[in-house]
Design a protein around this ligand. Sequence first.
Ligand code: URP
Ligand code: ZN
Length: 468
Amino acid sequence: MAFLLIKNGQIVTDSDSFQGDILIDDGKIQAIGRELEKPDLKTQVLDASGLLIFPGGIDPHVHMELPVAGTVSSDDFESGTRAALAGGTTTIIDFVTPERGQPLLEALQGRKELAGKSVCDYGFHMSLTAWNETIRREMETCVREEGIPSFKVYLAYKETVGLEDRDLIAVMDTAARLGALVTAHCEHGDLVTYLSKKLLAAGRTEPRSHALSRPPEVEREAVVRALTFAKLTGAQLYIVHVSTKEAVREIARAQAKGRPVFAETCPHYLLLDAREYDRSPAAAAAYIMSPPLRPPEHKAALWDALKNGTLQTVGTDHCPFNLKGQKDRDLSDFTKIPNGVAGVENRLELLFTAGVLRKHISLRQFVRVTSANPAKIFGLFPRKGSVSVGADADLVLWNPAAQEIISAETQKQRCDTTIYEGFKIRGKPETVIAKGHIVFEKGEVTAERGAGRYLYRQKTNLLPSDLN
Ligand code: URP
Ligand code: ZN
């Protein structure tokens, strides 16, 4: 591969911001400095004057081609990772979700085969959907041999993937012994089932009832439960898609006691609210995700928590379904609408526009929550999430002045709808580089199908205070 030299960009990392040049060779950053020279005549030079340079985004929470309730999320690994690159995300972490009774390693193999067509690098969290001694041994293999040091548990969806308390405790105990991280979907499943049945029986079948079936108490209860189990087992905990001020308060309390507790929110909880459910049933279905959108007052608490470091990451929970043929299959029963929304393409531009430009977070915090912190928490740092010599050359050349209006018509995400329709964004990737190759320029993704690589991740042993 020929050398690539990026000149005159403003390099922004989680801890620094400086004007400089970056020399890339063989997929890695070889040098960073001022006025670097071309090593040879064949060196390609990119002028980054006026642009910011970030480490490639890392989305720690996506679900490509995920089977859900008789359908499959509409982005496959190729279309979804193309959309990721277009938005400046060069690494995703998806999930392996074994069928109950299926060996974890068999499910992993199946997922690796599907993900082979990815155009950006990818790793997996292993979901635990059942519990027995074989699974305990397989968890060890995941950590020691497969580069998967993070396990997902669902406190919701007990009929399909969720675990009972005794199994959650066993998972956390095993993870603690292995030095692995437990990521938790915190909604109390039995409460959701109870409230859903009650709403349906009362004839409240429309999509807006989704939010009423999963009120903030349902999240708070599950967060407290997960925090308690993590404390008593010694597990490191990462709470996914935090959506409420009550959950933030509980997480902050645990962190203040020095516990290894990390948490993520998503752009939709920062930017949208439950008023979207007042639309017609056919339109409101587009906004069905779990946890649901919340009353407006929760948004300020989430922004504050990102700023003060209670929340360390922004993941998208990217799990799109088309409005036509997927979301609208049965609008007469809100529990049958597939849960999930698209976002992997929009995460950086939304966070930059609404977070950095509106001064909720600084540029360095932007890099932390979109790249450096996911890399650190999930065992990829400094190879990913940093701009440093020896790191993978995954870089976003960001034009802070670019403007665009988000639309389902023009998005690269394979979905007929976007919950951000009409959003005016400012700041977009001009060029994206992954492992030293230009993979996005002039509005087009140029990466080859299958260019992404499976990432073996390392165990970590961090505290939230290590990330601020
Ligand atoms: O609504 C959501 N979050 N869908 C994706 C699957 C999950 O629960 O993470
Ligand atoms: Zn998810």
